[in-house]
Design a protein around this ligand. Sequence first.
Ligand SMILES: C[S@@+](CC[C@H](N)C(=O)[O-])C[C@H]1O[C@@H](n2cnc3c(N)ncnc32)[C@H](O)[C@@H]1O
Length: 238
Amino acid sequence: MKVILVGAGPGDEELITLKGLNAIKNADVIVYDDLIGENLLKYAKDNAELIYVGKRKGKHSHKQEEINRILVEKAKENKTVVRLKGGDSFIFGRGGEEILELKKHNIPYEVIPGITSSIAVPEVADIPLTHRKVATSFTVVTGHEAEDKDKKQVKLSELNADTIVILMGITNLKHHVAELLKNSRRNEQTPVAIITNGTKSNQKIVKGTLKNIVKKAEENDIAPPGIIVIGDVVNILE
Ligand SMILES: C[S@@+](CC[C@H](N)C(=O)[O-])C[C@H]1O[C@@H](n2cnc3c(N)ncnc32)[C@H](O)[C@@H]1O
């Protein structure tokens, strides 16, 4: 009886760790999300049970409580359960919440880190998040809570890192750009890149500035999932 949280990496299935892949090969049950390289499931045992709990593909989306219940139930059947998540399980992945639930039920667990998309997706698009003399700090934030003003914790206008990385920010891009411009460290010429489906065969990169990125995103039919990078590092390798 054990649950292993495995970070699948950013999308290209070869970017999983060897340890993560071995866990998949040995699992009795794999509970998986969107944004994992689906070819990874081919490594599962023939009789492994594969349970999809993501939000896309037109199926009903599983609430977190439901996912927690599946993990606990399957582990209590004395099975080795792999909880397979995109990127790294702890970076906007609710991995911590799942572990708290497992602890409540005294279920042993292990965490196998994954390469988070927040760093790897810019990297494959030739954007290093730090670069000596240009960027000595970066911040990764969610752009998802922007509409929910009461609960809002991220204030883009107050972020002072040299490089800002926004996950889940495409839908509210216009709002984010306006907020970013409220900080005097940035202006309309500040470089911006958006990378969608990073590391995958359908990867798309659009570059611009805070002045024109909204228009460029529209012109290029940019749609989630994507990562927004703001700062001088965007063009540093050109
Ligand atoms: C719920 S978060 C999970 C992040 C994940 N735990 C990680 O460490 O990469 C999902 C968001 O990550 C970003 N993302 C994940 N994979 C991506 C990819 N291959 N290309 C672009 N963005 C990606 C998008 O912003 C997406 O909306």
